[in-house]
Design a protein around this ligand. Structure first.
Ligand code: GDP
Length: 355
């Protein structure tokens, strides 16, 4: 494994917000993620987007570049945005229902042609239960009859180019979705008309095929999180780390893919999860490899939140997705931490049993 201490540039005191994508099957969750990643593939490294373990990292510079047509005051205080890659993942169901919540903000995807569907409501209930902020992406606007696409355009600019008939169909469908949300006890409004964000949830019309509305979605995600979650996003010394997946990797044994939500992890840190062990390697995918090759990981001495990382250590066989990893500090009582880890495991296990 090649060694490197390179870690992405971080702002002094704020970490990147973590975002996940939820919604009914076939609404375009995967396509949306591909779309926000894909636009910059052509621009190569300049886009600065990095593939992480279980997540994609969008640096602030990338977001600024892509949202410039919006001419918003794009003062970005956060270093970037970390989007979790696994919208339809099985282990994610467990993560989704976790009380602590891995994500700072969610994108709830709704298909404009279908409106609210059973899993939209399921996702909505999880978000409400967890009090997680979210933005609604009203996706597939390009499917409206006679839609004229303007690639990667802010939504306002593309709407201006549509015919009266398209606009009236658009408005009819938006109104219908707003009514459906109201039936679920939720006030929603098109984001550019929303004067009471926080009380009223914002709808961003998007197309994952044409990229329309994606600048709006990115800007809103970053602006809203940095405005309302300063405390949560303030960089902390305390490690907050959640297991996404447990995987056996040739040459590494059982590893865990984690999201480091806050704090810093170091090689050699004593960690408590299923057992007490120490971090043998902190790994991220090799940035030069477009297609992920087995064993093509970069090794880091330390990694700062928020990032998706693979951890290699002994005794991870019994790790469970959705549980937390605790780090034993010099002043910590190991028995207390072991107790906390045990309780965390049990609560996750009981949720798995129930589902
Ligand atoms: P997921 O199940 O929510 O992850 O949905 P997918 O991303 O797999 O998308 C389901 C289908 O809808 C695929 O055939 C996509 O190509 C298509 N799709 C997704 N987003 C859009 C969109 O914005 N416009 C159109 N026309 N099709 C879309």
């Amino acid at each position: 494994v090649p060694k490197s201490d390179a870690s992405p540039k971080q702002s002094e005191d704020l970490r990147s917000p973590i975002c996940c994508i939820m919604g009914h099957v076939d609404t375009g969750k995967t396509k949306l993620l591909d779309c926000i990643r894909g636009t910059n593939v052509q621009e190569g490294e300049a886009g600065g987007i990095t593939q992480q373990i279980g997540a994609t990292y969008f640096p602030a510079a990338n977001i600024r570049e892509r949202t410039k047509e919006l001419k918003a005051d794009a003062t970005l205080k956060v270093p970037g945005l970390l989007v979790i890659d696994t919208p339809g993942h099985e282990s994610f169901t467990n993560l989704r229902s976790r009380g602590s919540g891995l994500c700072d903000i969610a994108i709830l995807v709704v298909d404009i042609m279908h409106g609210l569907e059973p899993q939209t409501i399921e996702s909505l209930n999880l978000l409400k239960m967890r009090k997680t902020e979210f933005i609604i992406a009203l996706n597939k606007v390009d499917r409206l009859y006679d839609w004229k696409a303007r690639r990667n355009s802010p939504i306002g600019m593309t709407l201006k180019k549509q015919t009266k008939d398209v606009l009236s169909e658009f408005n009819r469908r938006v109104t219908h979705v707003i009514t459906q949300f109201k039936e679920q006890g939720l006030n929603t409004e098109l984001y550019y008309k929303n004067k009471e964000m926080g009380e009223t949830f914002s709808i961003v019309p998007t197309s994952a095929v044409t990229g329309e509305g994606i600048p709006d979605l990115l800007l809103l995600l970053v602006q809203w999180t940095q405005k309302t979650m300063v405390e949560k996003l303030t960089f902390s010394d305390e490690v907050q780390c959640t297991v996404l997946e447990v995987k056996v990797i040739e040459g590494l044994g059982t590893t865990i893919d984690v999201v480091l939500v806050n704090g810093v992890l170091h090689e050699g840190d004593q960690i408590v999860g299923p057992i007490v062990t120490s971090i043998r390697a902190l790994l991220t995918p090799h940035p030069m490899k477009e297609i992920r090759v087995k064993g093509a990981y970069m090794q880091h001495k330390e990694i700062k939140a928020a990032q998706g990382i693979k951890i290699a250590a002994q005794g991870l066989e019994h790790a469970i997705a959705g549980t937390s990893i605790y780090v034993v500090g010099p002043d910590d009582d190991l028995e207390d931490i072991k107790e906390a880890a045990k309780e965390d495991m049990q609560s996750v296990m009981s949720r798995i049993d129930k589902s």
